[in-house]
Unconditional design. Structure first.
Length: 95
């Protein structure tokens, strides 16, 4: 059984160009701000937050490998998959 840290989350953000990043963070809102600065001002919107760690993140990356753009960024086609994962999560999305 995988034990998940209560203070770490797997998140997905959608950039204004439609690409989606899946990562981990204990501070999702702050991470999104950092991504926006690093993305040349492109707006990023959180579309998934679930309790998880790097192992779960790696599993999601493996499942979505065919749609990888580069690193942790994926094509917009993975959005529905991410929405389904979020729907099964007890975590509310940050506003």
């Amino acid at each position: 059984m995988i034990r998940l840290s209560q203070d770490q989350f797997v998140y997905a953000v959608e950039r204004s160009d439609g690409s989606i990043k899946i990562g981990t963070s204990a501070a999702v809102v702050e991470r999104v701000r950092t991504l926006e600065r690093a993305s040349g001002g492109q707006q990023c919107r959180v579309i998934m937050v679930i309790p998880g760690n790097e192992r779960l993140e790696a599993q999601l990356h493996a499942i979505l490998a065919n749609w990888r753009i580069q690193g942790e960024w994926f094509l917009p086609h993975v959005r529905r998959f991410v929405e389904i994962v979020q729907e099964s999560s007890p975590c509310p999305l940050p506003h």
